[in-house]
Design a protein around this ligand. Structure first.
Ligand code: HEM
Length: 372
């Protein structure tokens, strides 16, 4: 999107119409790696990502064109599949900005581990990472192929720390997309920031040149939260209570103050019993910009079901992904949600924050502005 003058060129996978599938991975640089190793890795990743986003193998030799006596460059499971709208988005975590890579002076002030929030139950093995890659595609095999091959290319330099598969988008980034439903069965993404809302994106998502640092202008900050959803408990909850918890009607997605899905919620409206039509502790009330100093975020999360737990419950939830121009915007919202009526039905079990640099200039590598 070169049209956005203040902030240059953005990486794909942010305002891109949300695809149906996700493979997200966090990486750590290996011990004793240097700034040169990092620069080389980012250059190799950029090259392979650009090819894969065009539906090509990771190299010209690819899956089948190499010597029969060597392992192929590309693992091959995407041979014959179209690009499937694959986007690959790279992020730099707080822990990357240290003396190993001579980056200790370049960490933006806000880029630090997110603070602990009430009801967090974070698993360190599902949190953080020096680097992250978000691969989204309309074919799950294409998304997995991307992460698998980028992990392979990282050999000897970075190792995968954790990864997450997601199916079924839980947001929309264009008006023409239907609003999908999350695993609570509610429409999700109704009030999201849309790709054509340039003013809202400049205001809420893209880091401007004056907000800095210079290498991040046109970029953003990515928050990932693995949120377990206690769906068995939810599924035993009365429909009217489910509506109250969200603040919207489960069928149409309309705010409980009335209207249709896209009617603005009216927090002063009074219901038949004389109480506010939208419970002030509902998710929508607490998350709404009117109650948070105007803060909006671009949500891009996915459903997940990772088998079953030891208790025989579905290990299900929402892999929450959001883009915002500063981490404190997410922190403000997440703090506001500390009394969320939905809190009883969810548990945050993984977390990460990364700076997402702008797209590289033609021929340059991701992060070239940072590494020089
Ligand atoms: C809105 C579900 C976590 C921020 C909504 C809506 C639903 C929903 C159903 C209403 C429809 C819409 O506008 O999209 C969930 C579920 C979550 C979750 C199931 C966890 C499993 C979060 C978190 C945040 C967040 C962690 C941010 C810290 C928002 C915002 C809105 C929203 C900003 C729009 C509010 C508005 O402007 O009306 N969410 N959400 N949500 N959610 Fe969540």
């Amino acid at each position: 999107d070169a049209a956005a003058p203040a902030s240059g060129i953005h990486q794909p996978g942010i305002t891109t119409p949300v695809q149906e599938h996700l493979h997200f991975a966090a990486y750590d640089m290996m011990a004793r790696t240097t700034r040169d190793d990092l620069a080389e890795l980012l250059s190799d990743w950029t090259y392979a990502a650009n090819r894969m986003m065009q539906g090509l193998d990771v190299s010209a030799t690819g899956a089948l064109g190499g010597s029969p006596d060597a392992p192929p460059d590309d693992t091959g499971e995407a041979v014959g599949l179209p690009a499937s709208n694959l986007t690959i988005t790279f992020g730099f975590g707080p822990s990357l900005f240290d003396a190993r890579f001579g980056l200790e002076g370049q960490r933006p002030a806000g880029l630090e581990r997110l603070p602990a929030f009430l009801n967090d139950d974070l698993d360190p093995l599902r949190s953080d990472g020096d680097l992250c890659i978000q691969a989204c595609a309309d074919d799950p095999q294409v998304a997995v192929h991307a992460i698998r091959n980028l992990s392979r290319i990282a050999f000897g330099r970075a190792t995968i720390r954790w990864s997450q598969l997601g199916f079924g988008r839980t947001s929309k980034t264009t008006a023409s997309q239907t609003t999908p439903r999350n695993l609570f069965g509610f429409k999700d993404g109704t009030a999201n920031i849309l790709a054509d809302d340039t003013a809202a994106l400049e205001e809420n998502v893209w880091v401007s040149a004056s907000e800095g640092p210079a290498w991040l202008a046109g970029g953003s900050y990515l928050v990932a939260r693995r949120i377990a959803m206690l769906i068995e408990t939810w599924d035993r909850t009365r429909l009217a209570e489910q509506d109250r918890v969200v603040g919207r009607d489960k069928g149409a997605g309309a705010p409980l103050s009335g209207g249709d899905e896209f009617t603005a919620p009216d927090f002063s409206a009074v219901g038949p019993t004389g109480k506010p039509a939208i419970d002030p502790r509902s998710h929508v009330s607490l998350a709404h910009p009117d109650n948070n100093g105007g803060i909006r975020i671009l949500r891009r999360g996915y459903n997940f079901v990772d088998g079953t737990t030891d208790l025989g419950r579905l290990n299900a939830g929402l892999f929450f992904l959001s883009f915002q121009k500063s981490p404190d915007r997410f922190v403000t919202l997440q703090k506001a949600l500390s009394t969320d009526a939905m809190g009883e039905y969810i548990r945050h079990v993984g977390s990460g924050l990364w700076a997402v640099p702008p797209a590289p200039a033609a021929g340059a590598s991701i992060g070239a502005g940072l590494l020089g």
